[in-house]
Design a protein around this ligand. Structure first.
Ligand code: HEC
Length: 363
């Protein structure tokens, strides 16, 4: 009788005991190691810390969904300064194991429950020409300059702002400067056609590594078409944009667009743009460098025929500051077709992801 009771007691103890290599409990770790500053519920808020500074609210999907795991892992490992944040955020690389950091990160992820917000991992590096599928809060200044076949410099200021979980509006203003064809050496210049656009991500899945958007831009004839600075008519540009994460840090982005001048009602050009690239860091949690190559095909409908052209745009995107919300892209747009007539262009952009901080923050 007694021996049996002991045996069943042992059995119960064995069953109740945790397995030898227990998974770390992210919620318990958060409570013990993070809650004194970030709040039990992860919302920061007043009274959670001795210091007074705005704290991130991890339950706010508008903020948290856009942050990729890699950035949060970097801040948890290296502390705030690892990404140009406050040193009040301590480094945990020595005090937590990699498995514990992964568990606490999974707990942070569980605080935003609204699946409509696309995850930051799907925010692939912006190529020079191809429009991204991810909705952005960004300001970008782009310049393309001819390196041969006559002087031409086309700059564009672009401002993008998100609204709702999956949508974005944008405003673009080009400036065009062109050498006069009369070989006098003098230049023509001025404002080009102002663009107003919207974009909506109609599908996204982190499991698939896929995001797809529909967008449209209206280009208003603000540029003087007599001087070749604009098209002289309102142009409607609908497009489909698709982003795909590939294995090993690689990615593919594709955009298909049509140009419909409203004075004709029929398209006068189709373009297929694609960017294949990869992202890597030189050291763990370091800056993300993204070499890419774009292929840009265009089919212009002129005089009853079709003028097909292809360009290749090798380039590299590099972050300029530690927070990585200010980035530079350098590339060359090389004509593959009609190279004797079409110029090779040098391209550069400076990008500011203004949601992540001011221009002077995070260096
Ligand atoms: C001593 C206070 C303190 C503790 C403890 C602390 N944090 Fe922080 N954490 C901060 C502060 C302050 C910031 C904001 C820094 C800023 O905005 O400049 C921050 C920022 C962060 C961010 C960056 C959010 C963003 O804006 O992208 C993450 C992620 C984070 N903490 C996770 C954690 C985790 C996980 C733990 C526990 C393992 C933890 N923190 C413990 C103070 C703390």
């Amino acid at each position: 009788m007694r021996a049996r009771a002991v045996r069943s007691g042992l059995l119960i103890a064995l069953l109740a005991a945790p397995p030898a290599a227990a998974e770390p409990d992210g919620a318990a770790l958060f409570e013990a190691r993070c809650a004194q500053c970030h709040g039990q519920d992860g919302r920061g808020g007043p009274g959670t810390q001795a210091f007074q500074m705005p704290m991130p609210d991890f339950t706010d999907c508008a903020f948290s969904a856009r942050e990729p795991d890699s950035d949060w892992a970097a801040v948890i490992h290296l502390g705030g300064p690892g990404r140009g944040f406050s040193p009040l955020m301590p480094a945990h690389a020595e005090t937590l194991t990699a498995a514990e950091i992964a568990a606490v990160l999974a707990h942070l992820r569980s605080l935003c429950r609204d699946e409509r917000w696309p995850r930051g991992e799907l925010n692939l590096p912006r190529p020079l020409v191809t429009e991204k599928a991810f909705p952005e809060d960004e300001a970008v200044a782009t310049v393309f300059a001819n390196t041969n076949r006559g002087g031409e410099v086309v700059s564009e200021l672009l401002f993008e702002k998100r609204f709702g979980p999956r949508s974005q509006v944008e405003l673009s203003l080009p400036f065009v400067a062109r050498e006069r064809p009369d070989s006098s050496g003098s230049w023509n210049g001025g404002v080009g056609d102002l663009g107003l656009g919207v974009k909506h991500a109609f599908f996204h899945s982190l499991d698939w590594g896929t995001i797809a958007s529909l967008g449209a831009e209206v280009k208003l004839p603000t540029g003087d078409d007599d001087r070749g600075l604009g098209k002289g008519t309102t142009v409607f540009e609908p497009y489909l944009a698709w982003g795909q994460i590939l294995p090993g840090g690689a990615f593919l982005q594709v955009q298909a667009l049509g140009e419909f001048p409203t004075d004709r009602g029929i398209p006068d050009e189709f373009q297929l743009r694609s960017a294949l690239g990869t992202s890597f860091t030189l050291k763990p949690f370091g800056r993300v460098i993204s070499p890419m190559v774009e292929a840009v095909g265009s089919w212009a409908f002129v005089g009853g025929g079709v003028d097909e052209q292809w360009d290749l745009v090798p380039q590299v995107q590099i972050p300029l500051n530690r927070r990585q919300h200010i980035r530079l892209d350098l590339g060359v747009r090389i004509p593959l077709t009609d190279a004797g007539r079409r110029p090779t262009r040098f391209g550069i952009y400076l990008l500011w992801d203004w949601y992540d901080g001011g221009l002077l923050d995070g260096w």
